[in-house]
Design a binder for this molecule. Structure first.
Ligand SMILES: [Zn+2]
Ligand SMILES: [Zn+2]
Length: 495
């Protein structure tokens, strides 16, 4: 079957809970029924289901229906088409509905959304999104909604966690696949964004065909592969001179050029290869680290010493953080798709909290450090002081006095039982707890002495490790890692 149906299960900090499925139907998928589960939590007041698909001048026709545990609840109504995108939607609430739907109680449990593929004459891309509203007022009983559906902003314009791969090679340099195929693969794997970062060229964008970027945002980038190490220029659409050592051109000039073009500079796989001579290993000297935006602390192992390289890269990052630099940790598969390569796209995934799914949104989110990386578990890490200040990853907590308590709250989803959740303080393991059950695992630690000494720097991050070291993509046990939450004093104390 030609169809692969990825699930992007989005978490939202505010607003409705949303599920999203995206994929592509092909001709051979015509006249079939495709089901997608939908978990309705108790207390749900309203369900909005929205299907958008490429109609190709009417030659593709999809239908939409929804079933609760007891049976049929509604069939989608066509909305006005936007360019080549057709949309059908269903709204169900206690006292209101779209025509073709049954209003009434929203019973919790697993519902089923079904797409019927009435006709697929051409490749048909689709996006199915569901919003579940809880505990908020619904329209007056009896009110029927037709064209005036309370649909949300398009998915891509909402703030939220978006996930993607920040380091991939196409056949514009030494990768095997072309940029279109990489983007298709990213759509299939449910990635929201993909940075194609070819060695010293920025030319992949010329391969993009209209349509696919609607499903996965391509980020412009280049892997600046110098004689003194590699670094990604992310979010730049122009060529950046990588030729450090040519005339007076130095590493800091190169990084500044990336900044001036609106991008962010990431040091790639800083400890891959062997110091002192390996080109891939970061060995540039006199680097102004205040210019560096990110470090790739999780690179899918390319070389035989890949595992150790990632651990050493994290130590390199720790040293910079302990010196007071706030540099964002990011991940990248470095996928080349060469014969026998071990780097599938999307492992690890980098999650970025962004105002919108746009190049500016993602780059800004990375600059802010609102980022975690994962090969599975979803990690939500926040810190709160006893005076009520709160921070997420990448943010700073200002402490007004030395003895202020800090609560470090961690929620982990989809971690295997027996894996361990580790809290790291200033680069050292500080607390650890074994995951004891499936589903959502929560733990809170309290630090009574966050800033041990006057003018001390303190940062915390969370790491998740597999029960057995070998059962992780990098072979080093790491399943997920967050960026730090930082603590600083608002006033100097008297020691
Ligand atoms: Zn590289
Ligand atoms: Zn690379």
């Amino acid at each position: 079957m030609g169809t692969v149906l990825p699930l992007a299960h989005q978490r939202r900090n505010a607003g409705p809970q949303a599920y999203q499925y995206r994929g592509i139907f092909h001709t051979e998928d015509s006249n079939q029924y495709f089901s997608y589960p939908l978990i309705i939590p108790s207390g749900t007041q309203q369900v909005v289901i929205d299907l958008a698909y490429t109609s190709n001048n009417g030659s593709n026709v999809l239908g939409l229906q929804v079933f609760d545990r007891n049976g049929f609840r509604g069939r989608g109504r066509s909305l006005e088409a936007e360019r080549d995108w057709h949309r059908v939607a269903v709204v169900i609430a206690a006292g209101c509905r779209t025509k073709g739907a049954v209003s009434g109680e929203i019973a919790p449990g697993v519902w089923t959304i079904e797409i019927d593929t009435y006709s697929i004459k051409n490749c048909c891309a689709f996006e199915l999104e569901t919003a579940i509203y809880r505990g908020r007022p619904v329209p007056e009983p009896g009110g029927e909604l037709e064209q005036d559906l309370p649909l949300q902003l398009p998915y891509t314009q909402r703030p939220g966690w978006y996930r993607g791969d920040l380091h991939v090679h196409s056949d514009e340099s030494d990768g095997a696949l072309d940029a279109r195929d990489l983007l298709r693969l990213a759509v299939i794997r449910g990635l929201d964004f993909l940075a194609i970062t070819d060695h010293n060229v920025h030319t992949a964008w010329q391969q993009f065909t209209p349509g696919l970027p609607e499903f996965c945002l391509p980020l412009n980038g280049i892997e600046l592969s110098t004689y003194y190490g590699h670094g990604n220029a992310l979010g730049v659409s122009e060529w950046v001179d990588w030729r450090i050592g040519l005339g007076k051109y130095g590493v800091n000039e190169m990084i500044r050029q990336v900044q001036e073009l609106g991008g962010i500079f990431s040091i790639n796989h800083p400890r891959t290869g062997k110091l002192p001579q390996d080109h891939a290993c970061w060995r540039a000297e006199e680097v102004d680290y205040s210019l560096v935006g990110a470090v790739e602390i999780w690179n899918a192992p390319v070389y035989s010493n890949g595992t150790g390289a990632n651990q050493q890269s994290r130590r390199f990052w720790d040293q910079l953080l302990n010196q007071g630099y706030r540099i964002t940790g990011i991940g990248g598969s470095d996928a080349h798709y060469l014969e026998g390569s071990r780097q599938p796209l999307g492992i690890p995934l980098t999650y970025v909290y962004a105002r919108s799914l746009s190049q500016t949104g993602i780059i800004t989110g990375i600059k802010r450090g609102n980022v975690f990386m994962t090969a599975g578990p979803i990690v939500d890490f926040t810190a709160t002081t006893n005076s009520g200040a709160k921070a997420m990853v990448g943010e700073e907590l200002l402490l007004s006095k030395r003895q202020e308590l800090i609560w470090l709250q961690v929620n982990v989803k989809d971690a295997p039982v027996g894996s361990s959740v580790r809290l790291v303080k200033n680069g050292e393991p500080w607390m650890s707890e074994a995951v004891s059950h499936d589903g959502l695992f929560s733990i809170a630690w309290c630090d009574k002495d966050a800033l041990g000494k006057p003018d001390g720097l303190t940062w915390y991050r969370v790491e998740v490790y597999a029960p057995e070291q070998a059962n992780s993509p990098g072979g080093d046990g790491l399943l997920a890692i967050t960026n730090p939450i930082y603590c600083t004093a608002t006033v100097s104390w008297i020691a």
